[in-house]
Design a protein around this ligand. Structure first.
Ligand SMILES: Cc1cc2nc3c(=O)[nH]c(=O)nc-3n(C[C@H](O)[C@H](O)[C@H](O)COP(=O)(O)OP(=O)(O)OC[C@H]3O[C@@H](n4cnc5c(N)ncnc54)[C@H](O)[C@@H]3O)c2cc1C
Length: 251
């Protein structure tokens, strides 16, 4: 990998969540850019001949620009992530932002956040930013992953949700895993998010009249949840979405 590109950031943190799944920090070496929670940045690394750039949702609070945090899955056949897995903390990286319109709506409605995999990232930024600002929003977060070990921030989210009843930040957190290990003792929800969503909506009284749904991650999940929301009479304006790749494209 060529390194003589005029980079404007450096990799400041690398935390492995599971094999091929990391939380990373990037510090701007230029003036940091402000962003709104839910927005993304473009990260870039020099490939053999040119800068390879990919959009990545920012997972950290919009009130702390000392380091931008990202939650990234390695796509072994991909163009960018294998380059990222070759660098180390302290190495240069390009960062551009902010971009994107996947933003919290000021509509006074309940928020249902539905994420698959790394699609949790913008929701972490929204939750951390609201908390940092002392703003309360009624949030139901449903995170779907393949394996239990992919549940990043599970402990933190579980602890935060446990304080809600005692007047803490009003977060309800549920995780579902589609490939439970029978010996692993998982007692939570199983199956893809779209399989558990109807029951989740009914159980928590989340309706077209009181809730805005935010979807982020895998495009098949986004389409499936859009269908459920449509069937339940949600106005499309109350179903916001961020697709991480075009529908129908898989490696
Ligand atoms: C607005 C936006 C925000 C994004 N935010 C994130 C983020 O926070 N974290 C993140 O890991 N990715 C995110 N992505 C996807 C990211 O831009 C890259 O596509 C991904 O990192 C793979 O890059 P690559 O060059 O290695 O593979 P590419 O050559 O770009 O190959 C892309 C293919 O890899 C698969 N793929 C892409 N992203 C993922 C993923 N996250 N998990 C599993 N399979 C995937 C898809 O099949 C896709 O067609 C985001 C995409 C968009 C459009």
């Amino acid at each position: 990998m060529a390194t003589d590109y005029p980079y404007n950031g450096r990799l400041s943190r690398w935390e492995e969540v599971a094999d091929g799944l990391v939380i990373v920090g990037v510090q701007a070496t230029d003036e940091p850019f402000p962003f709104a929670p839910g927005q993304y940045a473009t990260l870039g690394l020099m490939g053999d001949v040119k800068l390879v750039q990919r959009p990545m949702s920012i997972s950290s609070s919009a009130d702390d620009l000392s380091e931008y945090e990202f939650f990234i899955r390695l796509v072994p056949q991909g163009g960018f992530t294998p380059l990222l897995w070759q660098i180390g903390v302290g190495d240069p990286i390009n960062i551009k932002g902010p971009k994107g319109k996947f933003l919290l709506q000021e509509d006074g409605r309940r928020c249902l956040f539905v994420a698959t995999g790394t699609g949790l990232a913008p929701f972490m930024s929204m939750i951390d930013t609201l908390r940092a600002r002392g703003e309360q929003r009624d949030i139901w977060l449903l995170h779907g992953v393949s394996y239990e070990h992919d549940l990043a921030w599970r402990e933190e989210l579980t602890e935060l949700a446990a304080t809600a009843a005692a007047g803490g930040f009003p977060l309800h957190y549920a995780a579902t895993i589609s490939r439970p290990d029978e010996a692993g003792g998982w007692t939570g929800l199983t199956g893809r998010v779209e399989r558990v969503l109807d029951a989740h909506l009914d159980e928590h009284g989340l309706t077209r009249d009181n809730t805005t749904i935010y979807l982020c991650g895998n495009p098949e999940m986004v389409s499936a949840v859009e269908e459920i929301a449509d069937r339940r009479g949600f106005d499309p304006e109350h179903v916001r979405k961020e697709l991480y790749w075009p529908k129908g494209r898989t490696h």
